[in-house]
Structures are given as C-alpha cells and as structure tokens.
Write a protein that binds this ligand. Structure first.
Ligand code: FES
Length: 96
C-alpha cells in the first residue's frame, strides 16, 4: 500500500473492510501480505492467519483471488466477488 503517501479512498476503505469474517482479517492486511511476496491464496492465508475459520475459507478465498489478480491493490466493494459468484465461475466450464 502507500509508503507515507496520501492514501486513496480504496486504500482507506481496505483498512476497515473485513475480508475473512471468521478471523476478522481486513483487506489492507491481505494487500500488505501480497506486497510482501505472498503470491498464492495459501500464502496469504498463512501470512494473515485467515482461512481456517468455520466457513472453510469459502467466503474469503474468492476475494483473496481477486486481490492477487489485482496485484495486491484493494478491490472496490462493488467489484468484489461473492462466494456465489465465484462458484458460478467455477461452474462455467460445464457450459462451454
Ligand atoms: S471468512 Fe475466512 S475462513 Fe471464513
């Protein structure tokens, strides 16, 4: 994220937006993990202690995948995939 620079609105929102609801891990912490070298969902989970909650990481994993694809930059809430949308993407291969 920013190094002493003025934060963007999305960076500010990421500081309060909880991605891993089970463990209370915020988006900014996940972005920081990615900027420090985490390059897979598993590495982000390990670095942030997310992903081993009661949902089995089904809720936070789709957002982490988006963060990884976005180079560790915060995802605006209106572009954030839900667990259901992610599952629909997984089902798309059945329809081709
Ligand atoms: S939301 Fe991350 S483990 Fe449930």
């Amino acid at each position: 994220m920013s190094d002493g620079k003025k934060l963007t609105l999305e960076e500010i929102k990421a500081k309060v937006r909880v991605v891993c609801i089970c463990k209370g891990v915020k988006m900014a912490k996940m972005c920081e993990a990615i900027s420090k070298g985490a390059s897979t969902v598993g590495e982000v989970h390990k670095a942030t202690r997310s992903g081993d909650g009661g949902c089995g990481a089904t809720r936070c994993t789709p957002v982490i995948e988006q963060l990884l694809a976005n180079g560790g930059r915060p995802i605006p809430l209106n572009q954030q995939k839900s667990e259901e949308e992610s599952a629909e993407d997984d089902d798309d291969f059945l329809n081709w």
